[in-house]
Write a protein that binds this ligand. Structure first.
Ligand code: MG
Length: 383
């Protein structure tokens, strides 16, 4: 079934957050979101989300660099081109464009969604078929708690998350706000609750105090320590992992299948956070999933403060069999006063339902609301 992308509309919207989200990199109170609407030559249409943030703190990609990359380089590469399968999109873009993974992913994943629509399949089913599997019907959900003002505030948030039913509570940490804070949460919530931390690259093995904090975190029964060291440092992550019982999980370090090979060869970590935007789309995410299944390395789906459109793509990915750890798939109401999709994403007993009743991404985009929020837009057509 040939897909010919005919029209791409890019929009930037500004979506207010329910509460400011603080990490080692800074604080955001509204999210600039890049949305993409793709129509093919037969009139099928779908939406996708480019997960880049405003500033290059998590990744080099930003809303503005992705806008440029999509309009100048990436959209022209796919518009008017016939694709026999969505699998063919990634190699084309990967050959022609170095980096700009989040921009490439926005188009690549939209083409997967169009392909599912054309086959009248839910996106999760189409993706699972590509992986030779069947999708799960529900996905375990974890929460990522931003940096809080005090250990007591962190304990309160963690307690609320447990009461909400989240299957894993992940806390952002940074030097000086780490082991002692997490110990208080562990003491308050007990040993049964799955706790983990995410350092977003903020520790260095050159610092004695950082090493001491990491050693202490290793005593707290955590499910994982996510990305403690620099994004490009596989060797030192391996050095650290050799000294720790707690699995290290890589996030910022993983840009595609080759990063996973490096991680496995060096034994830099024992777990992988897969964000399809960070790795350039679904085809590389599927390759990572397959490789990690073979290596017996658990994977899970991370979050980028997506709105309900990006969430749909993450939920579909997280329904694959190798995604054995809870994903960062919080319901819409955790982040947004009002999501841009209906129905909004909800959580029941710590799980998100995979929408398997309808073709495509499984939710309806509230176009009138998106129009209201739109700050700029551009439509690109095949020449
Ligand atoms: Mg992370």
């Amino acid at each position: 079934m040939t897909i010919v992308p005919a029209l791409i509309t890019l929009r930037e919207i500004r979506l207010p957050l329910v509460e400011p989200f603080r990490t080692a990199a800074g604080t955001v109170d509204a999210r600039r979101v890049l949305l993409l609407e793709l129509t093919d030559a037969d009139g099928y249409a779908t939406w996708s989300e480019c997960v880049a943030e405003s500033r290059p703190t998590y990744a080099p990609d930003t809303v503005d660099t992705c806008w440029l990359a999509l309009t100048e380089w990436i959209a022209p590469l796919v518009l008017g081109v016939s694709f026999e399968s969505p699998v063919a999109v990634h190699p084309l873009l990967d050959n022609a464009v170095r980096g700009h993974n989040m921009a490439r992913a926005a188009i690549e994943m939209a083409i997967w969604s169009l392909d599912a629509l054309r086959q009248s399949l839910p996106l999760a089913t189409a993706l699972a078929r590509a992986a030779g599997a069947a999708p799960r019907t529900r996905v375990d959900t974890g929460i990522a708690l931003g940096m809080q003002s005090s250990p007591a505030a962190l304990v309160a948030r963690a307690r609320a998350a447990r009461d909400d039913g989240y299957r894993r509570i992940k806390m952002k940490v940074e030097p000086g706000r780490d082991a002692a804070w997490v110990r208080e949460v562990r003491d308050a919530l007990g040993s049964e609750v799955s706790l983990s931390v995410d350092a977003n690259c903020s520790y260095s093995l050159d610092s004695a105090s950082h090493r001491a904090a990491l050693t202490e975190l290793d005593t707290l029964g955590l499910a994982m320590i996510e990305q403690p060291l620099a994004h490009d440092d596989f060797v030192r992550h391996a050095e650290l992992q050799r000294t720790m019982r707690t699995p290290i999980c890589l996030d910022e370090s993983i840009h595609g299948a080759a990063s996973v090979e490096a991680m496995l060869a060096l034994q830099s970590a024992r777990m992988v956070n897969v964000k399809p935007g960070r790795v350039g789309g679904y085809a590389p995410a599927l390759a990572i999933h397959e490789r990690c299944l073979r290596a017996n390395v658990p994977v899970w789906c991370g979050g980028m403060l997506e709105c309900g459109i990006g969430r749909a793509y993450n939920v579909a990915l997280a329904s694959l069999p190798g995604f054995t750890e809870p994903g960062d798939l919080s319901p819409s109401a955790r982040y947004w006063a009002r999501d841009v999709v209906t129905p909004a994403w909800t959580m029941d007993d710590g799980r998100v339902q995979v929408p398997l009743e309808r073709a495509g991404i499984g939710v309806e985009v509230d176009v009138a609301y998106v129009d209201e929020l739109t700050a700029r837009s551009i439509t690109l057509a095949a020449r």
